[in-house]
Design a binder for this molecule. Structure first.
Ligand code: FAD
Length: 412
């Protein structure tokens, strides 16, 4: 691995099996990218009896999935009221419904395939740090409840009751979403790869350089030779524009950083978020390790357009200030690991699933803007159905390229 790379807590605590580079000549479906999206799509295709080859440049969970906060929280990257404002109530409700279904699928598949990935559903807590946030959270809870989704506003005392260390006076309330999930992201991916292999999927390590129409199918040029496929699913997220240059102004890379603290006794059982700097998030794993990330806005240009996955001092120092500020009685915290990952961002902070422009039987997914985990299992299932039927299901309509809110980055 080059010195420009870093390794996450999840990656260094997962046994990742080596992959073959010996590609077959032909396959029914080629899936490109071994993050949650590519792996989930391959899993559902293989489970349906389709001959699928997953092609991953490095190793499963190399990208954003293996470096993230491990939150599986229903909804989009923006708040429910903001989603309604931007996309309308029908789409906001559809996003909540799809991501809630996806969470149920995650739980079911983890159980059925016996994937040891610490998946649990303790809920997700967002801390209110000022009166304006209290009002925003109260509105959000009312709108979510009105549409039939569970959400609770918590006062200071109720917020304190969820956290086993005294909270700072600036925390004056919270918004709790019951039943939201947390996961060991790299073990989820590795477990899905192993399940897909049991259903006869094949998984290879290779970089796809480009692909072109070839008769009714597609010819892929890779660093390990050519492979012909009947259909292709591109699930390369931040890297989408490298493979599909017409989308390089639509999905933009952004560096996002995290760190891990040495294990402490149980303090946080839920996922926790707070808008201290940019939107910070942390979870405590079952072994007591605390993983926290965020603060990208203190980096020059918010780390937008940055490919390197080296952590930087300025962002790491900002992250280190969050927990001591919010929980002044915490025992001294000892950083044991630092890393960064690459998000794929869209201008409207909403993911994309669509056909690849100009190529038939080719689809792509990406642009989760830091919030892909709650979409993964259901998008993978819908993409598998799309490949098999050649019809894009109605559930994917809100995520298509032609939506009016989606703009090229160069125009914003
Ligand atoms: C620090 C950080 C924290 C985050 N926290 C959360 C969180 O708590 N909850 C949440 O929901 N989301 C979070 N996200 C976002 C989440 O990780 C992503 O939305 C999600 O993992 C996207 O999955 P993916 O499969 O689309 O992409 P990725 O996981 O990035 O996978 C893409 C894969 O494609 C491969 N690839 C790229 N190009 C090629 C090629 N040409 N040929 C072959 N392979 C290729 C890459 O090597 C990579 O493995 C976070 C992201 C980061 C970086």
């Amino acid at each position: 691995m080059s010195h420009h790379n870093s390794v996450s807590y999840w990656q260094s605590n997962t046994q990742i099996l080596p992959l073959s580079t010996n590609l077959p000549r032909t396959v029914d479906v080629a899936v490109i990218g071994g993050g949650l999206l590519g792996v989930a799509t391959s899993y559902w295709l293989a489970r349906a009896g389709i001959q699928v080859a997953l092609l991953e440049h490095h190793f499963p969970a190399y990208g954003a999935t293996g470096r993230n906060g491990g939150f599986v929280r229903a909804g989009s990257a923006i708040s429910y009221p903001d989603t309604i404002d931007q996309f309308g109530q029908e789409t906001a409700r559809a996003v909540m419904t799809l991501t809630s279904q996806s969470k149920v699928l995650t739980r079911q598949v983890v159980e059925e395939e016996r994937i040891a990935c610490e998946y649990r559903e303790p809920g997700s807590l967002r801390l209110a740090l000022n009166k304006q946030e209290v009002e925003q959270f109260k509105d959000e809870v009312i709108l979510l409840q009105a549409d039939g989704f569970s959400a609770q506003f918590l006062n200071q005392e109720q917020t304190q009751a969820l956290i086993k260390t005294p909270i700072a006076a600036e925390i004056i309330g919270g918004r709790f979403l019951p039943g939201q999930g947390l996961v060991h992201s790299a073990r989820l991916v590795q477990g899905l790869v192993e399940a897909a292999l049991r259903y006869s999927a094949r998984v290879y390590q290779t970089e796809v350089r480009e692909f072109v129409q070839q008769g009714n199918g597609i010819l892929l040029h890779t660093t390990s030779g050519d492979i012909s496929a009947g259909a292709v699913v591109v699930a390369t997220n931040a890297w989408t524009g490298q493979l599909l240059p017409s989308l390089s102004d639509i999905i933009m890379p952004e560096r996002e950083q995290m760190l891990a603290y040495a294990p402490l006794p149980p303090i946080f059982s839920t996922g926790v978020t707070a808008d201290c700097v940019t939107g910070e998030y942390w979870q405590q794993t079952p072994d007591g390790t605390i993983l926290i990330g965020g603060c990208s806005s203190v980096a020059p240009n918010g780390d937008l357009g940055v490919w390197e996955t080296q952590p930087t001092i300025v962002v790491q120092k900002a992250i280190e200030q969050i927990l001591p500020r919010l929980f002044p009685s915490l025992a001294p915290l000892q950083v044991i690991q630092r890393w960064a990952g690459t998000l794929g961002c869209t201008t409207d902070m909403h993911p994309i699933v669509d056909r690849v422009p100009e190529i038939s039987h080719a689809y792509f997914v990406g642009g989760f803007t830091g919030h892909g985990m709650p979409f993964g299992m259901r998008f993978g299932q819908l993409l598998a159905e799309t490949v098999m039927s050649e019809i894009m299901p109605i559930e994917l309509k809100p995520y298509r390229l032609d939506r009016p809110t989606l703009r090229p980055w160069s125009t914003v």
